[in-house]
Every structure is written in C-alpha cells, then in structure tokens.
Design a protein around this ligand. Sequence first.
Ligand code: SF4
Ligand code: SF4
Length: 334
Amino acid sequence: MVRSHKLKMASRFIVNRFKKLHPFEIQANMLNECNLKCVYCNCPEVKMIQMTTEQWKKIIRDLRSLGNIRFKFQGGEPTLRRDFRELCEEAQQAGMITAMPSNGILLVARPKLLDYLDELIISLDSPNEETNDLLRGKGAYEAAVRAIDIALERGVRTFVNMVLTRENMNDLEEMLEFCEGRGIRLNAQPMMFERKYFDPRALALALPHAQMRSLNLRLAEWKKQGRGILFSSQVYQKASNWSDYNTLTTSSKENSSCIAGRFYFHIEPNGDVHPCGLHGANFAPKNILKDGLIEALTHAKTHNCGDCLMPYMNERKALFGFKFAALREIVRRS
Ligand code: SF4
Ligand code: SF4
C-alpha cells in the first residue's frame, strides 16, 4: 500500500517535472487566527481576508491537475477553520500528501480532525512543561503531548518542531530524547520565521550568534550519529555557517534560481502567492482570485531572494535539486 502510494507520487513527479509549471509542494496559510499567543509570534494579530471553502477546494483541484504532491495546511492554527477536515479530505482524495503544523489543542478535543491527515508537525519548545508554557502559553505543553500520543495511535506520521530561544536552549538534548522515546523526529530552528508574523517584542529571547552556531553544529553531529533529527546533517551544517542570524536571507543579483516559486509555493489566506513564507525578496505577489492560479504561480518565480538559513527550506531545495541526502531522508521518513 505504502509502496504503491510512493510509486504514484514518483510517477506524478516524473510526468510533471518538465512541464512549464510544477507546483509540487504548497504551503497554504489558511488563516491567521490562533488559540495561543506564543511570545515570538504575531500571527494572530495580523488580520487577513480568508478565502472560502469552495475557493480553496477549486484551488486544490486545479493544483492536482498541475501535479501537486504535498499540500501543507498552515496558519495560525489550521484546525480553527471549520472546514479544515473537509479541505483535508479534498486534498487527500486528490492524491496529495496532507501535512499540518499544529499546537494540538483542538486535536485533543476532536481527534477526527486527523482523519485525512498524513503528517502532523507538533509545535513543542521544551520537554519541561513550565518552560514550554512560558514561551507558548498555559496548557500548551499538555495539549501538544496529548496530541502527539493521539496522532501516533492513529498512525499519523508525527514530528516535533522546536523554536530555539534563550529560555529553552539548554533543553535541546532532552527534547531530542523525548522525541526518540516516542520514535518521532525533531527539527529545531531559530526563533525568526515568516517575517511579517514575527513578534519583535521577543527579540530579547534571540540566541547570540555563537550559541546558534553551536546548536546547529550539535544538530548536524547528532544526525550523523543516527539520532532522531528530522533533516539531513548538511542543512544544519549550512545553518551553523550562516554569517548573521539576524538576516534570514540574502538577495541574488539576477532573478533567483531558488526552487521556491518553481517547485514550491506559499499561498496566503487571501489568495496571494509568494515563492515561500520566508523570502526576503522585494516582491509584489499576484492573487489567485484576481489574477488566476496559473498567473499567480508563474509570477512567483520572478523574485531575487537568493539564499536562506532555514533548515526546512534548505531541505526542500536539496530534495527538488535531487541531492542524495535529502532524498534518503524522505525515504526513511515514509
Ligand atoms: S507560533 Fe503557532 S501556535 Fe504559536 S501563536 Fe503562532 S500560530 Fe499560534
Ligand atoms: S532562498 Fe530560501 S527564503 Fe529565499 S525564496 Fe528561496 S527558499 Fe525562500
């Protein structure tokens, strides 16, 4: 069953690889609302118009016909959309791998939200309840841990994402042991993420350069030792060599050749299409509702964001660039 699914995905990739447009992976911000307020996240405070259920369903169907392989529901907290399960079903029935980062709160109350989900990324910043809840809010730890157990019981591939700050940097190895004890993999990333959703009031919690470097080196080393780290050692090694952790991206002189805007796209709740959620490009997006899906996707490759720090994005680049280490990780994880 798993094998035939993989073959289907591989054949979809091969059939569509040489077409003009191939949005193999989509990160879709469904809404900006959240039932938490993590110290470093401004997302719930950014208001944005949301596309309707029918508009998303049509986008999912159209993306399927363009060869989409993986559809990542993102927010805010994606489960707060009343149609989350319905849209997830639509994507899974279109043969896409469905994925979602979540704080887990609603999954505990309504495990059926996981019915059409293939991959769950739980946000957890520490194996210590007090530290985690200091960063993410009261009750966040209990919900996240319970959601992990529920997802594992239901056979959903589950991962943990940890945001590194001064408060939790000493918990990294214990966090890894927590994940290894449950047979799941861990990614740890710097506190800065999607620029407009970062809460600058949290800057005081940012790790100094030397510590960021050494934590990334440890992640790379643990990976080489076969421990439960999510991405390949190369992307953490690259993060350890990043020259300035206050600058997430660098520009390219010409139009960028990055896979974001070619194989990978980011859609905002209102239908704006960006190359990715982190890009530092001076880029005016086109909108699916106003300009049409094809035009909005085609336009996303006209940016000058040249390189970035984030292990997640660098793993995507290696994957679509057919780098062996990234392909091996995908096979190991599935
Ligand atoms: S980081 Fe995630 S869980 Fe925390 S407030 Fe932002 S969207 Fe919500
Ligand atoms: S270089 Fe990184 S941040 Fe910039 S567009 Fe590409 S993936 Fe996104």
